[in-house]
Ligand binder design. Sequence first.
Ligand SMILES: *Cc1c(COP(=O)(O)O)cnc(C)c1O
Length: 402
Amino acid sequence: MPNDVAASHLFPTYARAPLRFERGEGVWLVTEEGERFLDLGAGIAVNSLGHAHPHLVATLQDQAAKLWHTSNLYEIPGQERLGARLTAATFADRAFFTNSGAEALECAFKTARRYHYVGGHPERFRIMSFTGAFHGRTLATIAAGGQAKYLEGFGPKVDGFDQVPFGDHAALREAIGPETAAIVIEPIQGEGGIRSVPPQCLRGLRELCDAEGILLIYDEVQTGVGRTGTFFAYEQSGAAPDIMAVAKGIGGGFPLGVCLATEEAARGMTAGTHGTTYGGNPLAMAVGNAVLDVVLADGFLEHVRDMSLRFKQSLASLVDRYPDVVEEIRGEGLLLGIKAKVLNTQLLGELRAHGVLAVPAGDNVVRLLPPLVISAEEVREAIDRIERAVSALSLASARKSA
Ligand SMILES: *Cc1c(COP(=O)(O)O)cnc(C)c1O
């Protein structure tokens, strides 16, 4: 009785779909009964190289036979290697490895506060975020996310987090004060409904932060590691952050996150100021390095952009042909959103009935986050199934209004 909440021994915190997967093969998930689903959710943008990628499997098996864990009391060569590769490919000079996105953001917030503290401004500790944001489920990250539904019942909101309306430049300038330490923003809001921040706004934020001595933090937990067609989404704006939180896709399914920062922004994070037991363990480092072997290889990001174009063109035609079901297509690369005219949960249900897994988001959006390794043929298969699902809903709504 897996779906009987009363009979389960788990916290009933999730409304789970009644599906049990036994194995995965690339972009496909296979249930215990042998039913095959096209996985356009990728474990919420996590399985960036699909399921059971041979290079990741071999790397993990090899490392598993050697060494799992030593703690950060000792040097971990895989951390140095992954840190060197990540900093070489980004704005950053320093890396701190974590097990999740929320932990990477906690590190980002602590780094920003310490930066001002060691600079003689302990009063600058407030972090500014935007409505619709999602930064995780720890006490600090729900405060940063500012969503009432995630804060309710968990006591006073952690102090030091302010929020302004998404896209309201005047409100942002107004809200900045002598205590503002940093601004945190997702270049594209994921949970919030695939809402892109225009490149000129990120450049404007960069200028504002420079003028006010504020640190700019990007949350690229969902948008990073090739998801939007560039290694990181911020590259498309030309406005680099001071600190960046990364997770999800970088582990390809293994729990791994990282907080990246410039030398200057990380100046307060001296010995003893922060720590983690599991973060940066040899297993995670082996897998993270293996993910980069693939994502940073010649032509990989080009492939992501090519598949994105195919998706976008076909999805755009659904807006024209089924305006009663599909309102708008959003997003960049393979972080795409279908803003639905019907309930997004209804569209998700119909997609599942057609063997397609996708993920809900705010603003009545259905997120498509396929593994980045999806092939042109698989994109065609996906589009074909999506169209059949959308068409079924369109006929249903036509019959209802007749
Ligand atoms: C998923 C997500 C997080 C939280 O990551 P966890 O690994 O669940 O802690 C933070 N920020 C963004 C943008 C995310 O998509």
